[in-house]
Ligand binder design. Structure first.
Ligand code: AVJ
Length: 322
């Protein structure tokens, strides 16, 4: 019989609180919008498009490493594991591992509940031997998996966190998340994580400011999302996409720069003035050296790791363990 995927909702959605935070951060002297607001339906489509751009090397480089070194990586993974895909989306990146490492269970973690249910249903059909569980959660805030993982005490967890999504976090927050994952890993669990590496500025900046303007559209679209969420009245044509590599903090910083002196209504009677040239920070994308990231893994409590990279050393794949 076909097993129906289980869906657990640990996401506490407090829209009022979220809206307050969003508005508050826009009102601060250095205005910010959390990167999670990029991903409405159109934003997700634009991101898919970004991943296929010539300039955007991370997706294809990571895929090449995972495919080229797949057998070696699989050999280092426990079989019958509980495979936990953090930010699984359509679960496409987990699919290949279902066949090679044959986990007993697939736990897909994502904030988009409907999408998650749909993705897991498709896996349940193509992989009837794998128990599929969806966890609706904003794991960047909290990661409540203890009860779930203890249902199969003999199956070690393997956390899969590809795409250099860890790069979005400021270092202290990245470290906090890695520590939480480490705690769930216990003695036999592992973390398979993809990390974008430091490289010449021109390559980095091109990857976040492509010729076709897809990344610019992706960045500007966040204002549409904010307009909808807050009933704000951002005019997209008043802002320009900007992506600069900050060498000191080793990260790409994406901003929207105001082209004029103007006021923007933020809903609830709030108004924010933007000077010409003033900007809103929308994203960090940290770039690590392999040594840097290895140090962070040990700081998080992982004592050993394997490391794979591409010929140009543009992207790193780490398999960390206790
Ligand atoms: C999804 C966070 C890994 O930082 O490269 C791509 C997002 N932003 N182009 C990245 C992104 C602009 C992406 N991550």
């Amino acid at each position: 019989a076909l097993a129906v995927p289980r869906l657990e909702n640990t996401l506490v959605e407090d829209h009022t609180r979220e809206h307050q935070l969003l508005r508050q951060r826009l009102l601060q002297p250095a205005a910010r919008i959390d990167s999670k607001y990029f991903y409405d339906d159109f934003g997700c489509e634009l991101f898919t498009h970004i991943c296929e751009l010539d300039e955007y090397y991370p997706t294809r480089t990571e895929a090449a490493i995972l495919s080229h070194c797949g057998a070696e990586i699989a050999a280092a993974l426990p079989s019958g594991a509980q495979w936990i895909d953090l930010g699984c989306g359509d679960c496409s990146k987990s699919r290949k591992w279902l066949d090679t490492v044959q986990p007993s269970r697939l736990v897909g973690v994502d904030i988009a509940a409907d999408f998650l249910q749909h993705s897991l249903a498709r896996i349940a059909i193509s992989h009837p031997g794998v128990e599929c569980i969806g966890v609706v959660s904003d794991f960047t805030q909290s990661l409540e998996l203890r009860d779930l993982l203890s249902e199969q005490p003999l199956a070690p967890p393997v956390f899969f966190y590809p795409g250099s999504s860890i790069g979005n976090f400021a270092r202290p927050d990245a470290l906090r998340l890695l520590r939480r994952i480490r705690q769930h890993c216990g003695e036999h669990g592992k973390l398979l994580i993809g990390v974008d590496l430091l490289k010449p500025r021109a390559i980095l900046e091109a990857a976040y400011d492509d010729r076709e303007g897809v990344t610019a559209a992706f960045n500007l679209n966040v204002l549409n999302v904010v307009n909808r969420e807050l009933k704000a009245d951002f005019q997209l044509e008043n802002f320009k996409h900007d992506a600069v590599f900050n060498q000191h903090d080793s990260r790409i910083e994406m901003r929207l720069v105001s082209q004029t002196d103007h006021d923007v209504g933020l809903g609830s009677g709030c108004v924010r003035h933007f000077d010409q040239g003033e900007s809103i920070l929308t994203e960090y994308s940290h770039k690590y050296t392999s040594a840097d990231f290895a140090a962070m893994l040990s700081e998080a409590g992982f004592t050993r790791h394997h490391y794979w990279t591409d010929e140009q050393h543009w992207f790193g794949v780490f398999l960390a363990q206790a």
